[in-house]
Design a binder for this molecule. Structure first.
Ligand SMILES: Cc1cc2nc3c(=O)[nH]c(=O)nc-3n(C[C@H](O)[C@H](O)[C@H](O)COP(=O)(O)OP(=O)(O)OC[C@H]3O[C@@H](n4cnc5c(N)ncnc54)[C@H](O)[C@@H]3O)c2cc1C
Length: 453
């Protein structure tokens, strides 16, 4: 498939929108055209000062050709060295064009556009995405590369919406792969961890826009999860449980419902013994809830309900680390109870744990590959040393569940431990070698955790 074909669609239905240079770049470019030399949280310092900021695919090609090694960089929201390079980074944040094909129900977008900016453009044109992460601040390319996800028993991670990718590989040539034409190869490339090259455009599935509501219940006892786990996690289009390990409960249950699926109906006062919240709440109960999207069953657009946090505010805590493990959904309750045994080690360093369901998919390196999953997420205080002592304990507890770590968060498992968790890992490595025989996009993270070469 060539580039013209990639962008082709019903001419009449195509609407082209390009964000103004001044819009939406502050998060990634520091507003001054400078790309900060740490990740968003500040826990990771990148190893190079050389950062390209191409605005066109041709400029990405020039950048790739000009260096011996590089890594693509999105909005810097990863918590580990996945985006790092000792030679150069190629920021994608100036690649932000959007082409909506109404007839094909797709949007082809520059990989650097943030979900929050894309959502507004899509919504204005009557379209929506199937899901979003907890925050809208992240770039589409940077989110899909490590299989970023939201919640929902029937919702695959964000990369499952990708129908085609266009990327610049090691020798500087532009390649395209699509779900329809490239089957297996495509399934291997979408969650590519940046190892195949710099993704410049992605074609995403879109659907007619929809409205949603969000309600929060307080104090759901873990005991209720034992017999009603699927019912609870499936009680809305997207459900999140925020745990209180010391008291054996989910302190908050966030239920996001689609209005076209009955989501505007008044919520029950009780939910498996939990009570309906009477005010807006932050997942971290003592944090100000102003940063959160509207709750209290107020109807609003999909992109202002699916994420927990609003684009104009700092999401989550800001000073934090994150860790997340994916276990088979059917063993989710058991895994939660296993982690509970570590609560006295975990709680002193924790802001909050979040439990989310993610549908199975067929993307080779997705954490939910061929496995309906429970994602068990930890937002830690920025206490790196202490956190790095607890994380291996959690990994050991979750080993019997075949837990897969979130690629973009903090974990210690190495390539030897991770490879058996991914049946297509060998094929992935071979594909990377095919596109990048000299290891131009290899970095320390890939050597340690994927051994891509
Ligand atoms: C407050 C907060 C909340 C979060 N919530 C969630 C959540 O709800 N769910 C979840 O799953 N994760 C969540 N994350 C993690 C986050 O979604 C991931 O770290 C995601 O990768 C961030 O996207 P980014 O654009 O910042 O990517 P970066 O951190 O810049 O890059 C991540 C990886 O993608 C690669 N990459 C970036 N752009 C490209 C490209 N164009 N082509 C090829 N490779 C590319 C990089 O090389 C790197 O390997 C959260 C993070 C934060 C800070």
């Amino acid at each position: 498939m060539d580039k013209r074909e990639f962008l082709k669609g019903s001419a009449a239905a195509i609407l082209m929108t390009t964000l103004k240079q001044s819009e939406g770049v502050a998060e990634g470019l520091g507003g001054q055209g400078e790309v900060p030399r740490t990740n968003w949280s500040g826990n990771y310092h990148y190893s190079t000062d050389k950062v390209f900021q191409p605005a066109t695919v041709a400029e990405v090609q020039d950048a790739v050709r000009s260096v011996a090694g590089a890594r693509a960089l999105g909005t810097r929201h990863s918590f580990n060295g996945i985006a790092d390079s000792s030679i150069a980074q190629i920021s994608t944040l100036k690649l932000r064009d959007v082409v909506v094909d109404a007839k094909a129900r797709t949007a082809t977008v520059g990989a650097g556009i943030r979900y929050g900016d894309l959502a507004v453009i899509l919504d204005k044109q009557g379209f929506a995405l199937h899901n979003m992460a907890s925050l809208p601040h992240i770039s589409v390319g940077g989110a899909c590369a490590p299989a970023t996800h939201g919640s929902g028993m029937k919702n695959g991670n964000l990369a499952t919406a990708v129908r085609a990718i266009e990327f610049v590989a090691a020798e500087g040539a532009v390649h395209t792969l699509s779900r329809d034409k490239d089957g297996e190869k495509f399934a291997g490339a979408v969650v590519g961890l940046g190892a195949l090259g710099v993704v410049t455009h992605m074609t995403l599935d879109v659907q007619p826009r929809y409205d949603m509501t969000q309600v929060v219940y307080q104090d759901l006892a873990f005991n209720e999860l034992e017999h009603h786990f699927a019912e609870i996690m499936g009680a809305g289009y997207s459900v999140s449980l925020f745990t209180d390990w010391q008291r054996g409960k989910a302190g908050e249950v966030w239920i996001k419902r689609r209005v076209d699926q009955g989501g505007a109906a008044a919520p029950a006062a009780e939910f498996f013994g939990a009570r309906l919240a009477t005010r807006k709440l932050h997942p971290i109960i003592d944090h100000n809830a102003d940063a959160c999207t509207d709750q209290m069953n107020i109807v609003g657009p999909w992109y202002e309900r699916l994420p927990h946090f609003e684009l104009k505010f700092t999401p989550s805590s800001g000073q934090e680390l994150q860790t997340e493990f994916f276990v088979p959904f059917e063993r989710g309750y058991e895994a939660v109870r296993a982690i509970e045994t570590l609560r006295d080690s975990i709680t002193p360093h924790l802001f909050i744990t979040e439990l989310r369901a993610v549908a199975a998919d067929d993307l080779w390196l997705s954490m939910a590959y061929k496995r309906p999953s429970l994602a068990i997420h930890f937002t830690w205080k920025l206490e790196t040393e202490a956190v790095m002592r607890v994380v291996p304990q959690i990994e050991a507890k979750l080993k019997p569940f075949g837990a897969r770590p979130h690629w973009a968060k903090v974990f210690t498992m190495d390539a030897r431990e991770i490879a058996p968790l991914y049946p297509r890992m060998k094929d992935f490595r071979a594909m990377v070698r095919g596109f990048d025989p000299t290891g131009k996009f290899e970095n320390r993270y890939l050597r340690e955790h994927v051994d891509a070469m």
